[in-house]
Write a protein that binds this ligand. Structure first.
Ligand code: OAD
Length: 239
């Protein structure tokens, strides 16, 4: 039953309230490297070694170098058919909440509007002294003299409680919860599909390989998001 795309598409097509959680895998076909696995390494650092407040206070230049490398990649990437299929879903008159762990901004660039960026955005900065949030403009120091940091939720940091609250209630309200391209390893995002299932939602997972969520998902559709989502979300899905 886990791989029945037509049945998953039918259930999705009847849902009035849909929550979607995306991770780095949804942007992989755009050319943005995922975090885990070989391609997530940068100069032999794992993301956890750089995306944390201790790393930044110890060596802000190094952490910024990594983020500027990622900005350079993201800046040259375009949304792919997975992003477009999700944006199109939002235009169908049903309630769609797109919860993303991605900081690349590609969902909005594809036209999605109801987006909750759980982990922040790589194109924003925050002053480490004043907390002021701004668009990244190439500067690494604030006019007050303190370091600017990427406006990203790092390991060991709390998510914005308002955004998390909205994500939790979208998961609870959803009739279908779609988890796409995430390793389901990072909390609290990985708790959302289980919360949705406990509230009665059908959970559909799309990934190139099984994850810790797979055994609990109602459907596991194995394949690249850019191929599976356009078929799953087609107006007239294949029989
Ligand atoms: P990961 O890099 O942990 O996982 C990417 C997932 O995408 C894996 O399960 C892959 O199998 C899957 N995948 C790869 N290519 C795919 C494709 N074309 N189609 C579908 N699936 C594909 O990324 P996340 O789960 O997003 O946090 O990681 C969660 C968080 O940990 C990130 O937001 C980031 C990271 O460290 C911060 O930066 C704060």
């Amino acid at each position: 039953m886990q791989g029945d795309l037509a049945e998953a598409a039918r259930i999705l097509g009847q849902a009035q309230r849909i929550a979607v959680l995306t991770g780095a895998g949804v942007s992989a076909e755009s050319g943005v490297p995922t975090f885990r696995g070989e391609q997530g390494l940068w100069k032999s650092y794992r993301p956890e070694q750089l995306a944390n407040p201790m790393a930044f206070s110890g060596n802000p230049e190094l952490v910024w170098e990594w983020y500027r490398w990622r900005q350079g990649i993201v800046g040259g990437c375009q949304p792919n058919p997975a992003h477009h299929a999700l944006a199109e879903l939002e235009g169908r008159g049903v309630s769609v909440t797109l919860i993303t762990q991605n900081v690349d901004g590609l969902h909005r660039r594809a036209g999605s509007e109801n987006v909750l960026e759980l982990h922040g955005n790589i194109w924003r900065t925050r002053c480490t002294r004043e907390g002021k949030i701004d668009h990244y403009a190439g500067e690494l120091k604030c006019s007050c003299g303190a370091w600017l940091r990427p406006h990203i939720v790092w390991f060991g940091e709390q998510l914005d409680p308002l955004i998390l609250d909205q994500a939790l209630s979208a998961a609870r309200r959803s009739q279908v919860f779609l988890s796409v391209g995430t390793s389901s390893l990072v909390a609290p995002a990985n708790m959302l599909p289980r919360l949705a299932a406990d509230s009665g939602a059908t959970v559909i997972e799309v990934n190139v390989e099984p994850t810790p969520l797979t055994v609990d998902a109602d459907f596991f559709l194995q394949g690249p998001a850019g191929e599976v989502l356009p078929r799953l979300l087609a107006k007239d899905p294949p029989p």
